[in-house]
Design a protein around this ligand. Structure first.
Ligand code: CO
Length: 147
């Protein structure tokens, strides 16, 4: 059943897990859980126009969680919430060179949602792989000049 997942497509490209993103209907409510109950350290809420979302980045030590709420009715997160409800949205992997990583994946015939980098939160550049290429889990590649 795993024939749709090409072997080793990200081998040598991935540095580490950059963040885990959770889709939420509203940041304020979710913030109470992650900042309050779990005690994570929150940064400022950032609007990411390219993906029509508001993002709250929280840290547990160096590990990063992103809460993502829709900023428009036709945001991809609105569609996700309508279909699946709040919960895990994607895993984001850090790469050194996003353009090179995307070229590598394209050459392997891996299905991508974005074949060129988009603007992510906090000065990052990001692109998503199609979940059909990654076992049903949405995955993002992140080039982060701050990391
Ligand atoms: Co992300």
């Amino acid at each position: 059943m795993s024939a749709a997942v090409p072997p080793k497509i990200l081998q040598g490209l991935v540095r580490d897990l950059h963040h885990v993103a959770i889709a939420v209907p509203d940041l304020a409510g979710a913030r109470e859980l992650y900042e309050g109950a779990l005690g994570l350290t929150a940064t400022e809420i950032e609007h990411v126009p390219d993906q029509q979302v508001n993002v709250l980045v929280l840290f547990a030590g160096t590990q990063r969680i992103e809460l993502v709420e829709p900023a428009a009715e036709d945001s991809p997160i609105s569609k996700f919430l309508a279909r699946r409800g709040a919960g895990l949205h994607h895993l984001a992997w850090r790469v050194d060179d996003l353009v090179a990583a995307l070229a590598h994946l394209s050459a392997l015939g891996v299905r991508l949602i974005h074949d060129t980098p988009r603007e992510g939160s906090h000065g990052t550049r990001v692109a998503f792989l199609h979940p059909k290429a990654t076992g049903g889990v949405l995955m993002e590649l992140v080039e982060d000049p701050a990391a």
